[in-house]
Design a protein around this ligand. Structure first.
Ligand SMILES: [Zn+2]
Length: 559
């Protein structure tokens, strides 16, 4: 446990409820020294000097707050400096004096007089298993040839899965290297070397030998280079990381999210093994942030969920929300499906992974089960497919919005149809920069004028912003910075009112509705982050100082 003094203007006065105390104890007990999670749980005794101000006896009928935040600025309430919470629900908001009546002897008061309190932020697109295990992967970002590969592989600890994972091959290295070069560099090591976009890989022959025969033959036909659905198929066939390794890495990863002000992540295309690891962290009181999980629709658990044969386990912090289906590939690999051919490969427009009938079938199943479908759609032909399928199904107006993941190339003619349909747009603002080396070549100037709309899609659908970790690290303020810079987006009004549009926890209301931008009111529910400065101004370098997630107050100490 690392001991630190409180921030100069931070005070906490608390006598926690028994449940909260137990949870804090469990969390504190699990915090070992020397690890990354340098945090401290502050549970001082009640302050007798406050007894005169607050008293249960005076207003016995009024429910009392379990937490009161007193800050310099309160998002969503221009005049407010204080908010009182009970089980995560706002029960009073306004000046400090206005929330005093709901403070009781058991109320925790978090006071950061210069702080900015916002709703907790959401990273709406992450791959938790990949992001967690990346700590065990060879870093291939600087690899350009076999020699670089040998060096990168040497730095990796012995694998617990029997195969080596490398992550981060550039498109150029992926294109430039072949199976012989990989085998020569890695000797007999079974290896899966992922491209930086996560949707393609180079395999060593030793790994291919371990695959089911039919799959191995397909891979060999491709020269041990896999992309899109074939890459996913191979990935699913590989031995998973054992819980004993996945669990501590996942725990660290979730703490990293929290240190960026993220209080909820949407985990896209995940497995049952990952879900069970999350449950085991939750049971131990070690799950830092909320998780909304979408199974890979091609895994048995995803199929079972869609078919209504999956039994969901009740959990406060981990929700199995739906399934993810990959409609197309990526721009880098020219496998994203475009309406017009690639500018740097005439006659080639990428490929759709499924027929309309197959997609319609999956969407109808999702609607029937009341779960949310998330479709990976990078190119405008993939966007076109989900629009066409959705329009053809005449969906129930009560059906959940379909999440369009990435939505990088949305043609101007598609905007009105997105607005009429039931869609959410899940965008990764920083991909605009990450893709810069090839996007212009793939799409050409005209399409680049309207591609990567990002938060600009807010005119036609609720936008959720995310990182796509491990493709890039989770950094919501980094996403916000890009959104603020990116023309032709007009953010002014949106940001002023909602604070961190597309990032704030439930800023857009319940999934699939558009009730954003309302002022903070009694009855609202959310998690909270208290920042050191205005997080909307990138120049100020705001960092989270406290989080309040599921009612649990934690002080964040920087890494
Ligand atoms: Zn992704």
């Amino acid at each position: 446990m690392v001991r630190r003094n409180l921030q100069p203007n931070s005070t906490v006065r608390a006598a926690p409820s028994r449940a909260v105390a137990l949870m804090l104890l469990a969390l504190a007990a699990s915090t070992s020294s020397g690890c990354l999670q340098l945090r401290r749980f502050v549970v001082p005794p009640p302050d007798p000097s406050r007894e005169g101000i607050v008293g249960k006896e005076k207003q016995p009928s009024r429910p009392l707050a379990d937490t009161v935040l007193i800050v310099g600025h309160l998002a969503g309430h221009p005049d407010g400096r204080a908010v009182a919470l009970r089980a995560g629900e706002v029960i009073a908001v306004g000046t400090p004096a206005e929330v005093t009546p709901v403070q009781g002897p058991l109320t925790q008061v978090v006071r950061v007089s210069q702080g900015w309190a916002t709703q907790g932020l959401v990273d709406a697109h992450v791959h938790l298993e990949g992001a967690a295990m990346r700590a065990d992967a060879a870093d291939l970002t600087a690899v350009t040839d076999g020699n670089g590969l040998t060096r990168a592989a040497r730095l990796v600890r012995a694998s617990m899965t029997g195969w080596l994972w490398g992550f981060g091959l550039s498109q150029a290295a992926f294109d430039g290297m072949d199976a012989a070069e990989v085998d020569a560099a890695l000797d007999e090591t079974p290896a899966y070397l992922s491209r930086a976009d996560g949707h393609g890989a180079l395999l060593s022959s030793a790994l291919v030998e371990q695959l089911p025969r039919e799959l191995a033959e397909q891979v060999r036909k491709n020269g041990n280079k896999v992309s899109g659905p074939l890459a996913s198929q191979v990935w699913r066939a590989l031995p998973a990381w054992p819980l004993v390794r996945l669990r501590p890495l996942l725990r660290q990863l979730l703490l990293q999210f929290e240190r960026r002000g993220v209080t909820e992540v949407h985990a896209i295309g995940e497995s049952q093994a990952l879900l069970e690891t999350l449950f085991s962290l939750e049971a131990a009181g070690q799950l830092a942030v909320r998780v909304r999980l979408y199974f890979d629709a091609e895994r048995p658990e995803g199929r079972a969920l869609l078919a209504g044969k999956y039994k969901r386990v009740p959990s406060r912090a981990v929700v199995v929300a739906g399934a993810k289906l990959w409609l197309d590939g990526t721009l880098g690999a020219r496998s994203a499906a475009l309406l017009q051919p690639y500018s740097d490969q005439p006659g080639h427009s990428g490929t759709l992974n499924y027929s309309d009938a197959q997609v319609a079938d999956v969407l109808a199943q999702a609607d029937k089960q009341g779960i949310q479908l998330a479709v990976h759609a990078i190119g405008d032909a993939a966007v076109e497919q989900i629009l066409r399928v959705s329009e053809g199904l005449h969906r129930d107006p009560a059906a959940l919005a379909v999440r369009i993941e990435h939505a990088q190339v949305v043609a101007p003619t598609q905007l009105a149809r997105i607005k009429t349909g039931r869609f959410e747009c899940s965008v990764q603002p920083r991909h605009r920069h990450a893709d810069a080396e090839f996007a212009q070549a793939r799409l050409g100037t005209e399409r680049m004028n309207w591609a990567y709309r990002g938060i600009g899609l807010a005119d036609v659908c609720p936008v959720r912003a995310g990182s796509d970790a491990p493709v890039v690290v989770s950094d919501p303020l980094g996403d916000l910075k890009v959104m603020l810079e990116t023309p032709p987006v007009q953010l002014g009004a949106t940001l002023d009112q909602s604070d961190l549009a597309g990032l704030a926890w439930r800023a857009l209301g319940p999934m699939g509705t558009r009730q954003a931008l309302k002022p903070l009111r009694v009855g609202d529910r959310s998690d909270w982050v208290i920042w050191s400065a205005d997080p909307r101004d990138p120049k100020l370098g705001a960092v989270p100082q406290w989080t309040i997630i599921r009612g649990v107050v934690r002080q964040i100490v920087p890494e």
